[in-house]
Structure formats: structure tokens, C-alpha cells
Design a protein around this ligand. Structure first.
Ligand code: C2G
Length: 453
């Protein structure tokens, strides 16, 4: 008597359809026990699938409900297939023939079978039929606007069709001959009074609060450059309005949504580097605006840049218990700041930002047994390594990273809207408050210093 034959297959299974089911049945027919690996959304985004409409949980449930499927697992990273072949003692790896050749390398571990696909049906087509596009309007003509438009082209559930900016002539020049963004406004109320469901705000910081508030009150979801507010009360108020109205209010801290960044956090949870003692991250930029006064510089390095290092510090160490600033000022603006925070258990966060000094933009998470190193620019995470005193034990991790990295954030924003979710796991309301707290506390620190001198 032959032993039980284990078959494994993988897929996203978004809006589970006949094509998926046929394939799964064909896979099961090859053996006795069928394991199905469902891709999680972070992994899907890392392999360029930005438009999955259902959550990992929902897709897994749909596959679990099929009575001929014996086990459902989640697929989170590229090297997992080979690991699974060994872990589950797999006899056959089956996959649709649209992948022909792509998984031949797995023949080293198991037998690879490419099975015929079902013609004429796909998740892409079903999504098109079931969902209408989310209309998004741009607020401001900031330095990220062009990149944002370009990156959003990869998120098929979003359509950008209007722009608002104070400067009428600039808006006119922008929309003239623009294939995508045909409608320009210099009146914010009129702009909000259109069929847009969401806005992306990229203006000088002190306008954020009013622009966000008006957008939320007009029932629009908001994605806004950080900090979203320059006062504690204002921040509270905005989060409160968003919550009450079940709207999304997300700061545009792109790092939080990068596949490699999230994978790094997952690896960290496995605990190989021991107890975390310190998180150190640097972000400097010598960007200069052509116009005078240069609003980039004038808004201060802490306001403009601290959200990145403080995101890493918050994600790894949680809320801070105390904070200290070592800043350098020029013409009344902070051109650099070394922000030191203390956290639970005595762990220390070191966030360094500068607009008037250039430094290595890397990050290190130090533990009692080893450390994680993220090379510059760490906030556009593409790779990281886990290192120990014994350098032979180094493990390297590398991930796909497309475009300027904004597409992952836009994809998350769009999928939250599509799934009727008002908060993101990648950047939670607590994360938002903690990140926004840094510039606010720096402001208090400066006021106190002035008073004392
Ligand atoms: N499929 C099919 N017929 C269709 C559509 C899909 O047979 N009309 C098959 C695919 O070939 C695949 C499975 O259904 O074997 C799941 O398809 P997707 O959900 O599109 O997942 P995919 O991106 O192919 O995932 O690790 C993930 C895998 O590498 C593949």
C-alpha cells in the first residue's frame, strides 16, 4: 500500500471563483491531502499585487470552506515555498500553467506540476465588475504631488481626477493638457463639494489642520503628510472627528506600509536578537526649494523629518516615557535634532534628523543577543540583516521595492476604503499619536527654554 500523497498549492484567491476552484480540485486529484497556501497582503504587495480587494482573513476563510481542502496556511515571504516542502513533507507542488517554468527550482524539494488554467475568468475582471473606482482629489501642489500621481497609477482601484491649490495660476498651469487631472479648483469648498471620496493633502504644515478638518466634515477619507496637526488639541480633535464619522485619517508616512519594513518587524518578533535595548535611526535631507523663503527649511527638521525615525522607535519600543532634545538652530529653525526617548524596561530610542547636515541614513535595532541593521536609506526599506557577534551567523533579507515606494501606502489607503475599515494595522491610531507627539513635545521644549533664558 502506498503512503498518503501530500499536495500543496499557493495563491491569493481574491474573490474566490470557478477558476480557482477548478485548479484546487485538479490539485487535490493528484493526491490525498491538499494544503493551500494563501498569500498575505504584505507578501502580495511585495510581489507587485497591489489591488487585492479582500483581507487575508476573508480569503483564507473562503478557501477553508471548501470541503476538499485539508489544510490552509498563510504565505508571508518569498522563500517560504521551499521551507514548506520540507516542513510538510510535500510530494507534489501544483500551480496553474500561467506560472510555467517559474517554480522549476522547487523540483529540488518535490515534484512540480503545472495544471491547466480555466479560461475567461479572473479576479481582476471580477474586481472591475464589482467595484467602482475610488475618486481621489489632490490638495496642494507639494513636492510629492507628481510622484504621488505616478505611483497611484499602479493602484487600479483609485482614480485621481481633481486638484485643489490656493494658487489659481498654478492650478491652471497644472491641469492644462493634463490627461488625468482635468479639474482644478482654487476654492476648497467647491472642491470638497464634488464626488471625490478621499483626499491626499500635501501643503505647508500649518494648513494641515484646517484642510483635514474641512475634508473630514465633508465626509472624505484623508491621507495627509505628517505631522497632521501642530497642536495637541487639534490632533485629538481631528482623530475624534475621523472616528466619529468612521473615516480614515492616515498620515502619509510611507515607510509604515513598505513590504520590507513590515517583514522586518515580523522577523524582529521572532526574538532572535534578544531583548531590545536601543533603536537608532537617522533621516537627513538637504533638499532646498527654489522659492524664497524656503518653506522646507523654515518648517524645521523636526517637523518635516522626525516622523520616520519615530515610526521605527514607536513600532519597536512602544510609547516613550521621557524625551530629550539636542538641537541646533539657524535663523530660528532647527536644522538638526537628536531626539532621545526612554521606554519601558529602560530601552532607549535615538532619532536623528537634519536639514542642515548630511549623515548616513541607516537604522540599527540593538538587542541583548544581536542587532538588525537597515542600510541607508532605511526609510525606503529594501533589505536588512540580522547580525551577531559571530559574523558567520549573519542573515540577509532582500525584498522587491517598486517605484518611489508610495504605491504601497496608496494601496493600503485604497484597500481600507474598499473594505470599509477606518484604521490600518500598519499605522494604528496609537502610532499616529505617538509619531505626531514628537514635534509637539519639541515645541513645548523650545517654549520652556525660551522662558528660562
Ligand atoms: N487560476 C486558474 N484559472 C484562473 C485563475 C487562476 O487556474 N482563471 C489558478 C492560478 O493559476 C493559481 C491559482 O488559481 O494556481 C491562484 O491564482 P491567484 O489567486 O491569481 O494566485 P497567484 O498570483 O497565481 O499565486 O505564492 C502565490 C503563487 O505563486 C501564485
Amino acid at each position: 500500500m502506498r503512503g498518503m500523497i501530500t499536495v500543496i498549492t499557493y495563491g491569493t484567491y481574491d474573490m474566490l471563483h470557478k477558476g480557482h476552484i477548478n485548479l484546487l480540485k485538479r490539485a487535490k486529484a493528484l493526491g490525498d491531502y491538499l494544503i493551500v497556501g494563501v498569500t498575505d497582503e504584505n507578501y502580495d504587495r511585495s510581489r507587485g499585487k497591489l489591488n487585492v480587494s479582500e483581507s487575508t482573513k476573508k480569503r483564507m476563510k473562503a478557501v477553508e470552506a471548501l470541503d476538499f481542502v485539508d489544510k490552509v496556511i498563510v504565505e508571508t515571504h518569498k522563500g517560504q515555498k521551499a521551507e514548506d516542502m520540507v516542513k510538510y513533507d510535500v510530494d507534489i507542488f501544483a500551480i496553474g500553467d500561467d506560472w510555467i517554468g517559474a517554480f522549476d527550482y522547487l523540483n529540488e524539494y518535490t515534484h512540480v506540476e503545472y495544471l491547466p488554467r480555466t479560461e475567461g475568468i479572473s479576479s481582476t475582471q471580477l474586481r472591475k465588475e464589482h467595484f467602482s473606482k475610488i475618486k481621489l482629489g489632490l490638495v496642494g501642489l507639494g513636492r510629492d504631488t507628481e510622484a504621488f500621481i505616478e505611483e497611484a497609477q499602479n493602484v487600479s482601484s483609485i482614480k485621481i481626477n481633481r486638484i485643489y491649490a490656493k494658487d489659481f495660476l498654478a492650478v491652471k498651469a497644472f491641469t492644462k493638457d493634463n490627461e488625468l487631472i482635468k479639474y482644478g479648483h482654487d476654492n476648497y469648498e467647491d472642491f470638497l463639494d464634488t464626488s471625490i471620496q478621499a483626499v491626499y493633502i500635501d501643503t505647508v504644515l500649518d494648513r494641515h489642520y484646517h484642510l483635514i478638518k474641512a475634508a473630514l466634515e465633508a465626509d472624505k477619507h484623508v491621507l495627509c503628510e505628517n505631522p497632521i496637526a501642530l497642536g495637541k488639541e487639534e490632533l485629538k480633535e481631528l482623530l475624534h472627528i475621523a472616528k466619529k464619522r468612521k473615516l480614515i485619517l492616515l498620515p502619509a508616512v510611507k515607510t509604515a506600509f513598505l513590504p520590507a519594513f513590515n517583514q522586518m518587524l515580523k522577523v524582529l518578533e521572532e526574538g532572535d536578537i534578544g531583548e531590545i535595548r536601543e533603536v537608532r535611526a537617522t533621516r537627513t535631507s538637504l533638499y532646498r526649494e527654489k522659492n524664497y523663503p524656503d518653506t522646507f527649511i523654515a518648517q524645521g527638521a523636526t517637523n518635516i523629518l522626525s516622523s520616520y525615525p519615530s515610526l521605527l522607535v514607536k513600532k519597536v519600543l512602544g510609547k516613550h516615557k521621557s524625551i530629550d532634545f539636542f538641537d541646533q538652530e539657524e535663523n530660528g529653525y532647527d536644522i538638526s535634532n537628536l531626539i532621545i526617548t526612554r521606554h519601558k524596561g529602560g530601552a532607549v530610542g535615538v532619532s536623528r534628523v537634519a536639514t542642515g547636515a548630511k549623515s548616513e541614513g541607516d537604522a540599527v535595532i540593538s538587542g541583548s543577543k544581536g542587532y538588525i541593521y537597515i542600510p541607508a536609506p532605511w526609510w525606503l526599506t529594501k533589505s536588512f540583516s540580522i547580525r551577531f557577534e559571530d559574523e558567520h551567523k549573519t542573515q540577509e533579507y532582500k525584498y522587491e521595492f517598486a517605484g518611489s515606494g508610495l504605491r504601497y501606502m496608496i494601496a493600503e489607503f485604497a484597500s481600507l476604503i474598499q473594505r470599509n475599515k477606518s484604521t490600518s494595522k500598519m499605522l494604528t491610531p496609537t502610532d499616529i499619536v505617538e509619531i505626531n507627539r514628537i514635534p509637539l513635545e519639541y515645541d513645548e521644549f523650545k517654549k520652556l527654554r525660551k522662558k528660562e533664558s
